[in-house]
Design a protein around this ligand. Sequence first.
Ligand code: ZN
Length: 207
Amino acid sequence: MKIAPSLLSCDFSKMGEEIERMDLAGADWMHLDVMDGHFVPNITFGAPVIKAVRKFSNRPFDVHLMISDPLKYIDDFADAGADIITFHVECDSDIDDTIAKIKSRGIKPGLVLKPNTPAWTVFPYLEKLDPGFGGQSFMPEMMPKVKEIKRECQRRGLNNILIEADGGIGRDTIEQASEAGVDVCVAGTAVFRAADPAKAIELFKSF
Ligand code: ZN
């Protein structure tokens, strides 16, 4: 399993160093949660911040857009250095157009579902996705949905689609998540607050 530490759990006063710390600890991707205060209640950071911290690691930047109109901002995040852009199937932008726009910038697209959104909502787009969409939720409620999506991908021979679980996976649920088909795990405090982040990351990667 790959691990993508979510910078939401880092010390924002030294975000660059925190990215460096995760890089050295062996993180596969850096997960950056962008929230607009509209699609979700909170506001986090945007493209200028991502651009500023980009130089602290060569690992892929996995940018998760929790924003109402992602299509409008794809160029900004592409210019900021995103390698993967995931956005929500529940957003207001046209899904096909947004996937096409992301791909046109040489970036890997992904679709994300909110916890209460059924798996079938992403099925019409599976062929267009390169890797991954995150399922944002908590274990174990999410597992049947992960299995359902994994099964559908396999049925269509789409073996390059990665399934990302955004949050909620800890020591006690990694095995279950891996068995259900999770390929990438977003972790927050489990790695940022770990006494030994490298060890915590290694544990995730061992599944
Ligand atoms: Zn996220």
